[in-house]
Ligand binder design. Structure first.
Ligand SMILES: Nc1ncnc2c1ncn2[C@@H]1O[C@H](COP(=O)(O)OP(=O)(O)O)[C@@H](O)[C@H]1O
Ligand SMILES: [Mg+2]
Length: 427
């Protein structure tokens, strides 16, 4: 299931008569779709060159004739438990990071890659990680302002983070005899882009938007309490495999700094209150490292009418504390109740509810075979319901894919010399 495009499973008959499954993803977003598909293809290829088991093999990407639709075809893997087992997953991820080497020894990547449908900056190779991260965060801040309009209170925090906090926290990684190696990061590792491979039982990831960066950047995406990857077994598991960079006592501050980039991405992509949370998190960093400068900047706004965050009305509300409580209680009901109408919000509420329920069921798997079977059944029902509601609310009916897109799929498969037979499903 994709929020920006369409995904499908294609079963094809190979020349020797064997059936083979392929994963197909399409995006009808013109040049953005091109960047998404090409970027993901190159990302998967780069990760596979280092750790073949951790991502599906990408086979091809391209454009449907006479349309603004781009596609990616990759190895099909049966998606199991999401997210995967923390110990195995963090071990494989750290192995991948450690084995990857930047071809230029610098930070960044050779093509534009995307975070969902947001293209990331990839126009030059940088020696300084602080410089690259500043450019990437500034880019997100610009996109956010274009989408939500200017908000002075937020703007001053952004400026201080870009100008002072980033150099303060990231330059020490590469000065006074300290250094960090540019490692290949997946770039969008969150719960729904990780899974257990049903065929092997091993963890794997997909939907990558890679580049060579500081490996800790990857974990910034896990910080948001709404993500199950924020749970201690994942974070501690990763740190056990790949200890914090020096100065290690600033790991948590860097983690907060890296989370800004992902949370801002969410704010741009989904109508929610993430910009508010990003502002609060920026304020924590500004107050900790530059309290006087931050106070002076805030004073400079005195006299101006205080402006609330534009674009918050009717948004999905994530509260870090509520999310934590929800995860502890293993229930998403409270969050669901606060949701009003609109398709996207209902879908989001159900996702939260279902992840809560699924977590509950996963965490209570201790009561013997009978209880395990009941849990398994309930988990399956939850996933089905979740799945159905997503499809319903996004108006992605099966018939759209089967009716409208199937001709394109057939044509594309013929171009790949694959004989398309059997069935097509969507996720
Ligand atoms: N290689 C694959 N094989 C089988 N299913 C996949 C594969 N890659 C992704 N999926 C499924 O398709 C869904 C959407 O794919 P994803 O690449 O994450 O799209 P999006 O960019 O919209 O997040 C995933 O949540 C997962 O369930
Ligand atoms: Mg995804």
């Amino acid at each position: 299931m994709s929020l920006w495009g369409k995904t499908g499973k294609i079963t094809a008959e190979l020349p020797d008569g064997q059936l083979k499954n392929y994963f197909l993803k399409t995006a009808s977003l013109g040049d953005t779709g091109r960047a998404m598909m090409f970027g993901e293809y190159e990302s998967l290829k780069a990760i596979r060159a280092v750790s073949p088991a951790i991502v599906p093999e990408p086979y091809a990407w391209g454009k449907y004739d006479g349309s603004g639709t781009y596609f990616l075809v990759a190895e099909y893997r049966e998606v199991g438990e999401q997210p995967p087992n923390p110990i195995r997953f963090t071990k494989r991820l750290a192995e991948m990071h450690k084995k990857s080497l930047s071809p230029t020894g610098k930070f960044r990547f050779h093509v534009t890659t995307c975070h969902a449908k947001l293209p990331q900056i990839t126009d030059c190779w940088e020696d300084s990680w602080a410089v690259l991260y500043r450019k990437q965060l500034a880019h997100m801040i610009n996109l956010d302002e274009q989408k939500h309009s200017e908000w002075p209170e937020f703007k001053i925090a952004c400026q201080l983070v870009l100008d002072k906090v980033i150099p303060r926290l990231l330059e020490p990684l590469q000065s006074d005899g300290r250094s960090i190696t540019p490692y290949l990061v997946h770039g969008d590792l969150w719960d729904e882009n990780t899974a257990t491979d049903m065929a092997t039982g091993e963890p794997f990831t997909f939907d990558a938007g890679s580049f060579y960066g500081h490996n800790e950047y990857e974990i910034g995406n896990w910080r948001a309490a709404r993500h199950r990857l924020s749970a201690q077994p994942y974070v501690k598991g990763y740190l056990r495999e790949f200890p914090a960079s020096h100065p290690e006592e600033e790991w948590d501050d860097r983690n907060l700094l890296y989370s800004l980039r992902f949370d801002l991405g969410t704010a741009i992509l989904i109508h929610c209150n993430q910009r508010q949370i990003v502002k609060e998190n920026m304020a924590i960093l500004c107050n900790k490292f530059f309290p006087n400068e931050y106070a002076a900047l805030k004073n400079s706004l005195t006299g101006q009418p205080l402006r609330a965050n534009p674009g918050l009305r009717g948004a999905v509300t994530y509260t870090e504390e509520a999310e934590k409580r929800k995860r502890t209680r293993h229930s998403g009901r409270k969050v669901t109740k606060t949701m009003k109408t609109t398709n996207c919000r209902i879908s989001m509420a159900w996702t939260l509810t279902m992840s809560g329920t699924t977590t509950l069921l996963s965490s209570t798997r201790t009561g013997g075979a009978k209880w395990n079977s009941i849990c398994k059944l309930l988990r399956c029902l939850c996933r089905c319901l979740d799945h159905f509601l997503f499809l319903y609310h996004r108006r992605l009916y099966f018939r759209i894919l089967l009716g409208k897109a199937s001709q394109d799929h057939m044509a594309h498969l013929s171009a790949l010399h694959i004989n398309p037979v059997c069935r097509r499903d969507i996720h």
